[in-house]
Design a protein around this ligand. Structure first.
Ligand code: SF4
Length: 164
């Protein structure tokens, strides 16, 4: 998959110490994007799931893995495998997306993206909206973005926010 970068021990992309994976490629083109270099689909570096997994396996202090970007749901197949391995190890998977929970549930941008959603624990959804940027927002850039409990939402068939 195409990778913009990684952070082996992030403390800003969800709770605890996390392996953050910044994917390459995003169609959303939010004004004031925090990672504009991650938008082109032809950029970044190519890495395999096994290469990424080595980083995760090497760190016993991790609480989980965070998929961010770029737009992780544009590369759902390898990320589903990574999420599957991560949860089997007892770690949590957080995902950030410019797509909303409802869009992903309706197979936008793909059925494989919907499948990836079902292998994650928490989704921080929606575009980054500069006028809604607030200081002190925890784990999100603008106040329109929601921190969603995915298993509870899938069971309820409506958005259930995380109680953080
Ligand atoms: S979704 Fe994220 S990476 Fe994509 S344009 Fe918006 S802020 Fe940038």
């Amino acid at each position: 998959m195409r990778i913009f970068g990684t952070a082996d021990d992030s403390i800003v992309d969800g709770p605890g110490i996390r392996f953050s994976l910044f994917t390459q490629g995003c169609k959303h083109a939010c004004p004031s994007c925090h990672n504009p270099e991650s938008q082109p689909f032809e950029g970044g570096d190519l890495m395999t799931v096994d290469e990424l997994w080595e980083h995760i396996e090497a760190n016993p202090l991790l609480s989980g893995v965070t998929l961010t970007g770029g737009e992780p749901f544009e590369q759902p197949e390898p990320l589903t495998e990574l999420a599957r391995r991560t949860r089997a190890k007892g770690l949590t998977v957080w995902a950030y997306s410019g797509y909303t929970f409802e869009q992903l549930l309706a197979d936008t941008p793909s059925t494989a993206a919907h499948e990836l959603l079902t292998h994650c624990d928490v989704l921080v959804d929606g575009l980054f909206v500069e006028p809604l940027k607030r200081f002190g927002l925890k784990w999100r850039g603008s106040s329109n973005q929601r921190i969603i409990d995915i298993p509870a939402s899938l069971e309820a068939q409506e958005v259930v926010l995380c109680s953080l």
